[in-house]
Write a protein that binds this ligand. Structure first.
Ligand SMILES: [Zn+2]
Length: 917
């Protein structure tokens, strides 16, 4: 699955496995599933189904337990047959029970099933397509030609919603093959994981048909998918591997599938070569769904997407949305191997799915669009997110014990995706790409159509590493990687140089943001690959470690480190997930060098790490803020996107702390000085035609322009307003605002405008046919300063006729990010919590995005008290997001600590730097 701006999340570790889990006495081997959807009959969202499950009895039992949720089971018709013998003896059922807490359907028999016998379980049932974006649910859109609302039925089963669509053994290890048939009205089409075999009339119902699909490969229930719709498709050119690729969308949006049509087959071919394993299905359908909860879902052979992550309009969509589309497609296709072909045994190893898909996608996008230079960007951004999230004591390990399956949703988060991906990147940098590729290929071949755990991967990688002699014979990948996947957090290494002796002592400790409330006596440690460069020995290209800090560890002494006046930098390529702190002299040497003409000899990623580390070390008081502000002085020469992003991210987070303080004027002056030269260098609000395919420089310009307008640099605001006025005067004409800068211009114009501007964009939002544009508009609509407009916008976020349910959390986020909007969003959340929760059902975990949006901006003691009381009073609403609650509360505490520690001296520092350049 691709997370949709997933925020802080996790789960409680206390668990007793057995209560939640299926017994493995009876195992499914094959499902025959028939579903009739009544879409096309007015207001009939019901469906009827029958399932025949071929099972094998592993251990004698009189209790068949499987999953079913919110389905009506026709109990009297359930039938269990012993099909091992010719007479197909029917088993007598004594009772049917339900365990609602665990979604169990329990069939009790008068006599036990026999070991090694095969049984067919037949269960008829019915259900309803609801609007909760999970299970077999309904979605809708307005068809411009037909001038009417059209409905579709679509599935989203990961993690535990297959049970909402049909009774099944809904755990990833219970793989089986599937024969799926969908009954639907003439004029609709059904698609499923496998190709259509034949279509035949449905005897009982005139004008209805059965679409019967080919037998699937063995797969987990969460990957089953089917759709009934009148969407249309375009077929991509057949690639060398002969896989048929079809891209589906609303008819009105079909012109936006061209880019996906090009990327899909190429990415698939790339993976086949990389893994040296063929894609096992003859086809791949990729479908843009108007209402979709996650970003996308990797169902085998039938991948579903939010429209904004599959559809791209080259005249309207921004360059960075094109990057997202490529990246999400590549992510889902990587899952066809990681997740689909080899699946985690249990959700504990979800990171194997998500970390790999994220990492592989960055390789594939780099391969397909080398001019974008996105591998470096994604590597850096993932690391920076991990550095931030994983410095909370309430974070969690990558490999995380899962008890109650209801907690699974909480781990689709930064840790599983971004830390998982960063760990794989780190590993392929210390073992070498070829070793990792071969090890991974071995792992996939060994476990295909089956399940595995992280230890299985470590084993294959160790074999390959020893063969290629990239690890000493007595060291295994497991020894190293267990310290990274089984523990929460990451280390900071402290480098203390002896300039006389030309050596340095290097030691490790966990990096935590909360240094007041949390005393960690466990002394966690990591196996850390050490690489470094010095001024006279620029070996930044080298990522195989010269030294390891082992675990358990004493500090290491590293010899022969270069002359007294030479700086040293650890962690070439920002390969390892660790921060680095140096002694004062080394920081000074680095700062001076960065301000010289030679600064770019320190490569981009290491510049990013220096900026990010200096800021966060200063944040927690391990470094003087002067070091950070001195370091970023060099930005007057910098033109790279990533260093600027790191710097503006860090200076930007000061806004939260200073916006209500009397120092804000000085801070604003500082930001203005920082931004003025770069704003003019990037071209202000004009994008030259030659730049159109330069992803990084466009991203830099958009980011700088956004900040420039915020801090009133040059004519940013006036220029925005002028462009907006032109657009408003001629809304049907060509949009005068460069497509990439529309977000900035819209937001700025709304911020400095009134109801008129708002209504204009709202209308534009309603009429837009392009999902990426809708997202831009949806965010911009949160920029107004008019209190009543913000309040109404929040109310509309709970009204399906105005804002799609999939977008309600984004609307809330857009309002809460706004300085005025924060207070309105907070009151709204406190007052309407019951309505918000009800609106998000059954995906309650999305409430974590609301919590996170608010917590980030709370900086005062009274905020904390109020927030705590509110949560205490509404405990029930937050029962499924306990970890997100803890993380939010910790974030607030950390914000308050910053105020206590730095509020009094930040004025002096800012005054010094605001006037020093
Ligand atoms: Zn995924």
């Amino acid at each position: 699955m691709n997370m949709y701006k997933v925020t802080a999340a996790f789960l409680t570790c206390l668990f007793t496995v057995n209560a939640y889990r299926l017994q493995k006495d009876v195992r499914p081997e094959h499902y025959k599933l028939e579903i009739i959807s009544y879409l096309g009959e007015k207001d009939n969202f019901n469906f009827d189904g029958k399932v025949w499950i071929d099972t094998s009895c592993v251990k004698p039992t009189s209790n068949i337990t499987l999953h079913s949720k919110d389905l009506t089971i026709k109990e009297g018709e359930i039938n269990i047959k012993d099909v091992s013998s010719n007479d197909s003896k029917t088993q007598k059922i004594s009772k049917i029970n339900y365990d609602k807490e665990n979604d169990f359907l329990i069939i009790l028999l008068t006599e036990p099933l026999k070991e090694d016998h095969k049984y067919e379980i037949y269960i008829p049932f019915s259900g309803k397509l609801d609007d909760g974006l999970a299970g077999f649910y309904r979605s809708s859109y307005y068809d411009k030609k037909k001038k009417e609302k059209r409905w579709l039925g679509v599935t989203q089963f990961e993690a535990i919603s297959a049970r909402r669509a049909f009774p099944c053994f809904d755990e990833p290890e219970m793989k089986a093959t599937f024969d799926i048939s969908i009954g639907r009205k003439d004029g609709y089409r059904a698609i499923s994981n496998m190709p259509l075999l034949n279509t035949e009339p449905l005897k009982e119902k005139e004008g209805w048909f059965w679409d019967r699909f080919d037998t699937s490969v063995p797969m987990s229930t969460y990957l089953v998918a089917y759709i009934v719709s009148d969407l249309d498709y375009k077929t991509a050119d057949k690639s060398s591997n002969n896989v048929t690729f079809r891209i589906w969308a609303r008819k009105d949006a079909l012109s936006q599938v061209e880019f996906a049509k090009e990327v899909g087959p190429k990415a698939l071919e790339y993976y086949e070569k990389f893994f040296d394993v063929k894609y096992p299905l003859p086809k791949q359908d990729m479908v843009a769904i108007p209402d979709f909860s996650a970003g996308a879902m990797e169902n085998w052979g039938l991948i579903t997407y939010r429209e904004a992550y599959l559809l791209y309009d080259q005249n309207i969509s921004s360059k960075s949305s094109q990057h997202s589309v490529a990246s999400v497609i590549a992510h889902e296709l990587a899952h066809q191997w990681f997740g689909n072909l080899v699946t985690m045994k249990w959700w504990t190893d979800l990171w194997l799915n998500e970390g790999f898909a994220t990492y592989m996608a960055s390789l594939a996008v780099e391969h397909l669009f080398p001019q974008w230079n996105s591998l470096e960007e994604e590597g850096a951004e993932n690391m920076i997110s991990v550095f931030s999230f994983d410095s909370l004591r309430t974070s969690h390990p990558v490999s995380v014990p899962i008890g109650d399956p209801k907690e699974i949703d909480e781990i689709f988060d930064t840790i599983s995706y971004k830390k998982g991906s960063s760990l794989l990147r780190m590993m392929s940098l210390f073992l070498g790409e070829e070793t990792v590729r071969k090890g991974v290929s071995k792992y996939l071949n060994k476990h295909k159509f089956s399940n595995a755990e992280q230890d299985d991967l470590w084993e294959c990688l160790t074999e390959e590493a020893h063969k290629n002699k990239v690890l000493p014979g007595n060291l295994t990948v497991k020894t190293i990687m267990d310290t990274w996947t089984l523990q929460t957090g990451y280390p900071v290494i402290t480098v203390t140089r002896d300039y006389e002796k030309k050596n340095a002592i290097v030691s490790q400790a966990r990096f935590l943001k909360d240094i007041v409330n949390f005393k960690d006596n466990s002394n966690p440690c990591w196996w850390i690959p050490l690489t470094y460069s010095t001024k006279s020995n620029l070996s930044f290209h080298k990522s195989t470690p010269e030294h390891w800090i082992s675990c358990p560890s004493d500090s290491q002494v590293i010899e022969n480190l270069g002359a007294q006046d030479e700086w040293i930098i650890f962690n070439n390529k920002m390969a390892g997930i660790y921060r680095v702190n140096y002694d004062a002299k080394n920081w000074k040497l680095l700062t001076e060098y960065l301000q010289s003409e030679e600064y770019s000899k320190i490569p981009v990623l290491n510049r990013v790490q220096l900026i990010n580390d200096a800021a966060d070390l200063a944040f927690v008081g391990r470094l003087e803020y002067d070091v950070f502000f001195d370091l970023v002085k060099y930005l007057k020469m910098e033109e790279g996107y990533l260093p600027w992003k790191a710097a503006l991210g860090k200076t930007g987070s000061l806004t939260t702390h200073l916006k209500k303080s009397s120092v804000y004027g000085i801070y604003k002056e500082y930001m203005k000085q920082l931004l003025t030269p770069i704003y003019s260098k990037v071209g202000g609000l004009e994008i030259s035609k030659t730049k159109a395919d330069e992803l990084e420089s466009i991203k830099l310009q958009v980011m700088v322009a956004g900040k420039a307008c915020k801090f009133e640099v040059a004519n940013c605001i006036a220029h925005s307003q002028e462009l907006f006025k032109k657009l408003k005067e001629n809304p049907q004409g060509e949009n005068p605002i460069p497509k990439d800068l529309r977000g900035v211009v819209y937001c700025t114009s709304l911020k400095h405008g009134g109801a008129d501007e708002w209504e204009f964009l709202w209308k534009k939002f309603q009429n837009s046919n392009v999902a990426t544009e809708k997202n831009t508009l949806l965010n911009a609509l949160g920029c107004t300063q008019e209190v009543w407009l913000l309040t109404r916008y929040l109310e509309w976020s709970l009204d399906d006729t105005k804002i799609r349910r999939q977008d309600s959390a984004s609307v809330f986020g857009a309002v809460a990010r706004n300085d005025v909007g924060f207070y309105i969003a907070r009151s709204f959340f406190y007052e309407k919590i019951k309505d918000v929760i009800k609106h998000l059902q059954p995906n309650k975990r999305r409430i974590s995005r609301y919590l996170n949006s608010l917590a980030n901006q709370m900086t005062e003691n009274k905020d904390e008290q109020e927030f705590e009381q509110f949560i205490e009073k509404n405990k029930d609403s937050f029962s499924e997001v306990k970890k997100a609650v803890e993380q939010s509360l910790e974030t607030v505490k950390i914000n308050i600590q910053w105020q206590n520690k730095h509020a009094s001296n930040i004025k002096n520092i800012l005054t010094k730097y605001a006037h020093s350049s």
